[in-house]
Write a protein that binds this ligand. Structure first.
Ligand SMILES: [Zn+2]
Length: 277
């Protein structure tokens, strides 16, 4: 089913969160879609820089959109973190349903200006735009400094641009494989007080399950997961190869790792989408 409405904004208002997953091939894309169908929830397949480096976004768009169209739940195709307008326009033309312009490393005035330019391009084709304020560090390259989102800048983002979703830095960190961090809820509250946009949390693999239920009560409408599925796949593949040293067929080697990716994705989607009692 095609992703047509703003399910992220709807989720933000209804104490639910849409899960976005980085995917790297048809295997995990199909596993995530099957998981979303089981959970009866919309889902986003996201393309990060690493995936864009190995295959052109036009090929990704064709593959992922054709999988999305035959699904029973709305499946969106999202271009994650992108700083080049040229690439964003290619993604818009190729049929992505949402794109992220990440101007978080630009001065605020430039970030606002380019975000608004991209919003106009995107909205002409009914595509949703995500922007970012503050910076969410990458743990895998040793970044440690967290630059929290400034609530005042969030207010300006809402007033001066037509962006649809806003990624925030509230203690979250990208690519945490073995540890969890704590969301700074007072900072999130200040952002919500000055800006009504649906919010996005990146680095969700490092967010504790118990904080996810608390996040559902906030205006967060989307969370981005990457590491958790990559680790599930890699760990399982490693043990398959140890257990079956004579096996060389990738379809057979991938069977259990892909099944585990589906289970992990289902657990996450269900947790984010089910109604809190
Ligand atoms: Zn991110």
């Amino acid at each position: 089913m095609k992703w047509e409405q703003d399910y992220v904004a709807q989720a933000a208002q209804r104490q639910r969160i849409v899960a976005g997953f980085n995917v790297f091939g048809y295997e995990d894309a199909q596993a995530v879609i099957r998981a979303a169908e089981r959970a009866d929830a919309p889902v986003l397949l996201m393309l990060n820089r690493d995936a864009r480096a190995v295959m052109a976004i036009e090929h990704w768009a064709a593959l992922l959109n054709s999988l999305a169209e035959s699904s029973r739940v709305p499946v969106g195709i999202h271009l994650d973190h992108c700083t080049e307008i040229k690439t964003i326009i290619r993604a818009i033309d190729a049929g992505f349903t949402s794109v992220m312009f990440d101007g978080s490393h630009f001065p605020i005035t430039e970030n606002l200006k380019i975000t608004q330019e991209v919003a106009q391009h995107a909205h002409k084709k009914n595509i949703f735009l995500e922007a970012e304020l503050g910076t969410v560090p990458y743990s895998d390259i040793g970044e440690t400094e967290i630059n929290l989102t400034d609530p005042e800048e969030a207010r300006k983002m809402q007033e001066q641009t037509q962006v649809d979703w806003l990624a925030v830095s509230v203690g979250n960190i990208h690519r945490l494989a073995t540890r969890k961090v704590s969301i700074q809820f007072p900072v999130l509250q200040q952002i919500e007080d000055s800006c009504q946009l649906p919010l996005v949390i990146h680095g969700a693999s490092g967010v504790k399950d118990e904080e996810i239920s608390q996040l559902k009560k906030t205006r967060v409408g989307k969370m981005n997961f990457g590491t958790v599925l990559r680790k599930t796949f890699g760990d399982c593949l490693r043990s398959e190869m140890r257990e079956k040293p004579d096996e060389f067929d990738r379809l057979r080697l991938f069977r259990d790792p892909v099944a585990q990716v589906e289970e992990q994705a289902f657990h996450i989607i269900h947790m984010l989408w089910q109604e809190e009692k």
